[in-house]
Design a protein around this ligand. Structure first.
Ligand code: AMP
Length: 436
C-alpha cells in the first residue's frame, strides 16, 4: 500500500485520486531507499512503473524543502522527446495538489520559448541532453541548486551517443545530494563507468529479471517468405485480431514508409513515426493514437521509445529487432501496468537465427502460429542446431585437430563476432545502430 510509505499527504491524495493503490515492485523497492537519501541504480523495464518510482520521492523531497530563492532544484534526463513529455504528464498528475512546477526542454521546440520558461525557474526540469546542452551553452541554464539528478533510460541515452552531454550536465549539478539512475537493461561497460562516475555508494535494484518479463504478454511468431508475404500477414492480423491499439515495428525508416503506404492504400487508419518526421507530425501521431482516432502506428525503435499509450495491446514485429534488449523494449509497449497484450513477430529466413537467440536470451519459447490460407513456403529451417538456430545452411567449418573426414560444424560462421548478452545467457548479435 502506498499509504505505508512516508510520502507527503498531498502526494498520497494524488495517488488516491489516480486510483494507484498498490506500488509496483520497482516502486516498492526504490521509494523507501530514495526517501532515506540513497543514490539508486535501478534496472527496471519500461511499463514497470519506474517513473513514479523516482517522481514520488523526488516530489516528496521538494515538498519538504523550503524553496530556495535560487534555481532549478531537480533535473530529469531522458533519451527522447516522447519520454520526456510523458514524464512531464506523470509529474503533473502526481503534483496536482502541490504548487510544484516542472518545465520541459527537448529538441524540436522553440528555443526562445524554452529560454523564457527557464527564466521563470521551474522546480523540476525534464529534458533531453542535446537541447539542455544548448541552453547551458547559451547561459540559460543554472544547475547549481539541483538536489536530485535523475537519469532515466540511461542505457538508451548512452546508445544514442549522449554520454558526454549527460556527464557534463551531471557535472553542472555539482551540489546535488542524490543521483538516481534507471535503465531498462543492465547495460555494458559504458553504463558501469557512468554509474561509477556519477553515483555515490548506490543501492542496486535489479527488477528486470529478463526471464520473467511480460508474463501477461503472449508472444508468438509467424513464419513468412518475404516482405510481401509479411505485408499480407499484417493486413490479416489488423483485420482479424481483437485489439484496441496496435504498433508495428520495422527496422528501417524506408520499410516503415512502405508499409504505411500499403496500409493507407488499404484504408487502414494508420500513422507512421520515425526519425524523418518532424515534431509536429510526431505529436499529431501520438495524440491521435491516444485519443483513439487512429488505432495503428507503424514505427521504428527510436521513434517509439518510451511511448506509453493506454490500450496498446498488440505489438507486431515486421522485422525482428536486432537485439534481445530491443525486443524487450518493443514488447514493453504492451501489457503495461498489468494489462494483457499480444506480441507477434514475423519471421522469414533472415530473422530466424536472431529470433532463436532472443528466445534463449529470454529463456522463453515463442508460440508458433500459422494463419490458415496464408501459410508460406518457409516454415523455419529444415534442420535445427541444439541452440535452435538453423543448421547446415552455411558452409561447414572443419576443425583442423579433429579427423577432417568427420569434421562436424561447430558454429555457423558469422560475418561479425557475436556478443554474449549482458546476463551471459546466450550469445546475441552485435547491436547495430537502431534503424530510426
Ligand atoms: P512507467 O513504467 O513509469 O512508464 O509506467 C507505466 C504505466 O503504469 C503508467 O501509465 C503509469 O501511470 C502506470 N502506473 C505506474 N505505477 C502504477 C501503480 N502503482 N498502479 C497503477 N498504475 C501504475
Amino acid at each position: 500500500m502506498f499509504a505505508e510509505f512516508a510520502l507527503h499527504e498531498r502526494l498520497l491524495k494524488a495517488l488516491a485520486e489516480l486510483g494507484f493503490t498498490e506500488p509496483t515492485p520497482v516502486q516498492a523497492a526504490a521509494i523507501p531507499l530514495a526517501l532515506e537519501g540513497h543514490d539508486l541504480r535501478a534496472t527496471a523495464q519500461t511499463g514497470s512503473g519506474k517513473t513514479a518510482a523516482f517522481l514520488l520521492p523526488l516530489l516528496h523531497r521538494l515538498l519538504g524543502e523550503e524553496k530556495p530563492r535560487g534555481d532549478v532544484r531537480s533535473l530529469i534526463l531522458l533519451p527522447t522527446r516522447e519520454l520526456a513529455q510523458q514524464t512531464l504528464k506523470e509529474f503533473e498528475r502526481f503534483a496536482q495538489f502541490t504548487f510544484l512546477k516542472a518545465g520541459l526542454i527537448t529538441g524540436g521546440e522553440d528555443f526562445k520559448v524554452q529560454a523564457a520558461m527557464l527564466r521563470k525557474i521551474p522546480d523540476v526540469l525534464i529534458g533531453t541532453p542535446g537541447r539542455l546542452m544548448e541552453h547551458l551553452d547559451a547561459g540559460n541554464l543554472i544547475l547549481r541548486d539541483v538536489q536530485v539528478l535523475v537519469l532515466d533510460e540511461a542505457d538508451r541515452m548512452l546508445d544514442m551517443g549522449f554520454a558526454e552531454d549527460v556527464t557534463r550536465l551531471a557535472g553542472e549539478c555539482a551540489n546535488r545530494r542524490n543521483t538516481w539512475l534507471f535503465s531498462a537493461t543492465t547495460g555494458g561497460g559504458a553504463l558501469r563507468e557512468m554509474t561509477g562516475q556519477l553515483l555515490k555508494s548506490p543501492k542496486h535494484l535489479m527488477l528486470n529479471q529478463v526471464a520473467e518479463l511480460n508474463e501477461n504478454v503472449r508472444q508468438q511468431i509467424i513464419t513468412a517468405d518475404d516482405p510481401a508475404h509479411k505485408e499480407k500477414l499484417i493486413h490479416w492480423l489488423l483485420a482479424n485480431e481483437t485489439y484496441q491499439k496496435a504498433i508495428i515495428f520495422t527496422n528501417t525508416r524506408a520499410q516503415a514508409d512502405r508499409l504505411y503506404g500499403h496500409l493507407v492504400a488499404a484504408e487502414v487508419k494508420v500513422f507512421v513515426l520515425h526519425g524523418d518526421k518532424d515534431q509536429k507530425e510526431r505529436k499529431l501521431a501520438i495524440e491521435r493514437l491516444k485519443q483513439g482516432g487512429v488505432k495503428v502506428l507503424v514505427a521504428t525503435d527510436v521513434a517509439a521509445r518510451g511511448l506509453d499509450i493506454d490500450g496498446l495491446d498488440l505489438v507486431i514485429n515486421f522485422d525482428m529487432p536486432r537485439s534481445g534488449d530491443e525486443y524487450v523494449h518493443r514488447i514493453g509497449r504492451t501489457g503495461r501496468a498489468g494489462g494483457d497484450g499480444l506480441a507477434i513477430s514475423l519471421i522469414c529466413h533472415t530473422d530466424w537465427n536472431l529470433m532463436s537467440s532472443i528466445e534463449r536470451y529470454l529463456k522463453q519459447r515463442f508460440e508458433r502460429r500459422v494463419i490458415k490460407g496464408l501459410k508460406g513456403h518457409y516454415q523455419g529451417p529444415k534442420n535445427l542446431k541444439a541452440s535452435g538456430k538453423a543448421a547446415g545452411s552455411k558452409k561447414k567449418k572443419t576443425d583442423k585437430k579433429a579427423d577432417p573426414k568427420k569434421a562436424a560444424p561447430k558454429r555457423a560462421p558469422k560475418a561479425k563476432p557475436s556478443l554474449v548478452s549482458q546476463d551471459g545467457l546466450a550469445p546475441l548479435k552485435r547491436r547495430k545502430p537502431a534503424g530510426e
